[in-house]
Design a protein around this ligand. Sequence first.
Ligand code: F6R
Length: 622
Amino acid sequence: MFYNYNMCGIVGYIGKKSALPIVLEGLKRLEYRGYDSAGVALWDQGSGKILWEKTTGRVAALETRLSEKSWESHTAIGHTRWATHGKPSDKNSHPHADCAENIFLVHNGIVENYAELKEALTREGHVFRSETDTEVLVHLVERELTMGNGKVVLEDALPEALRHVIGTFGLALISKNDPGKIVVARRGSPIILGLGEKEYLIASDASAIVEHTKNVVYLHDNEMAVLTPEDLKIYNFSKKILNKSIDKIDWDLESAQKGGYKHFMQKEIFEGPEALRNVLRGRILSDIGKVKLGGLKDLEKKLKNIKRIIITACGTSYYSGLIGKYYFEEFAKIPASVEHASEFRYGNPAIGEGDAVILISQSGETADTLQALREAKKRGALTLGIVNTVGSTIARESDAGVYNHAGPEIGVASTKAFISQVGALSLIALYFAGNRGTLPETLVNKILPELKLMPGKMEQILKKDKEIKKLAKKYLKYKNFIYFGRKYQFPVAMEGALKLKEISYKHAEGYAAGEMKHGPIALIDENFPVFALVPKDAVYEKTISNIEEIRARGGKIIAVATEGDEKIKKLADDVVFIPETLEALSPLLSVIPLQLFAYHTADLLGLDVDKPRNLAKSVTVE
Ligand code: F6R
């Protein structure tokens, strides 16, 4: 069974055992998801108070702090954070508390309208301690409990508070004034309830609780639960009691962490649609046909004067940058170029004021990209980061930027990060276009709604997983591959080839389809399969001619083409069809069969998919 995508980790316990060790152990099990900070809140038996502790760093750092205390508790909630809003710091760590430090809350997900809510709550006198989106939730609950409208228990106040929230949440809270219970709620971010003998556990992910119980209840969206040592009650947000069935988890710890998938890479390919939803979330204002990017809003005037864009990155991030170049030129009519960060930094680049240098990095720590950033800053260019890891060095040192919100990527081969980088680049280019009025309204009104449809279209391709595995089997014996495409498909071809070579150790090259006849076509014979990326776009006919040239030389063709394309069926040995979309957004679809093909090839060969030889997830050396 596959289950939902999730970023940070939540664990809670209520029952007769000592809660803190169970929660800390559970948090450690969730650290594979991200570990920039951790915290707990618990009912202390001795003092009868709620005590809390939180810190930047791993759960071990939290444990060290707690080792100095003699807290004893049977009720606790805890959190391990992977920052989305607000850098990793003690004050941004969860739990968050209300003004009076009565209510303590941990949260996974994103509150899209937190800025508006924070402003309103501040006007009402609430005092915020952190930069997070989460903190508004606890103040909203406080407001309901102190507004004098009869709400005295958490389970009454919470649904009222959540009515104001746009976004996603899986959350747990405890309150001094409402002892002996934990209340949890869910919309979009998973919450699992574990059922023991006179004890209950909560977790955002089964791996935190499989050791303690196999009996679980999955909370669905817009449901909440009240847990006491004796009882578990589940409600919808209208306080109607729900009778839910108990499921049995039959996973061990490792497969629980992979969400039932065999490898992290496979799981992350399947998280691609959600990664795209997350990068788009709250950033498309459909009603006015505009893009909103909080990270760039203070630069509006400066951005208008940008004359040229230079994108620089490494590996997969570089390939997403190549797609970004087309976006900036097509949408915003700004000259754009893309350079490998390792070349840029030593190339004595002629850049300065009036130039924007965009750094793309999943980890935010890649040494070459970081040095390129420093070089660009030294020369007076405006630096903008597209970074997945909040608070990473590149995120901190860039003048401004946009976070991907793709969640931690654990497989060494980058997959969902690529998807979210392309999403972020399209948004930034549309934002520039909006500033400059370079894109006709009709086109903006086509692109924005289509962007929102893309995750659904991606999911349709993921359903072809078995078909693509069969293809991987069929072509397993071949040692060399070429991937080709034109325009938007050219970077995808290079990304597809990189995926195959880095995890299956097969030789693969990505080429601009039109370049084949200038040399590489000499390689083609019946032992050299070619992946032809040929969706119905402006260069379709040209790519078809290139396919004909390969066929004439006995080459085998695996095509990635648009559904309903009858012509390609006759030309290719095999075809993977993808849904129809706008040319500019087609990379978000065509890359998926290539990711799956690489994954299955490596897996069928019995290779270590998540940790390919000679590679590291984050390359912090030159
Ligand atoms: C390929 C891959 C690498 C990274 C590259 C840049 O699958 O993962 O090519 O894309 O090392 O890493 P980041 O994006 O972290 O700067």
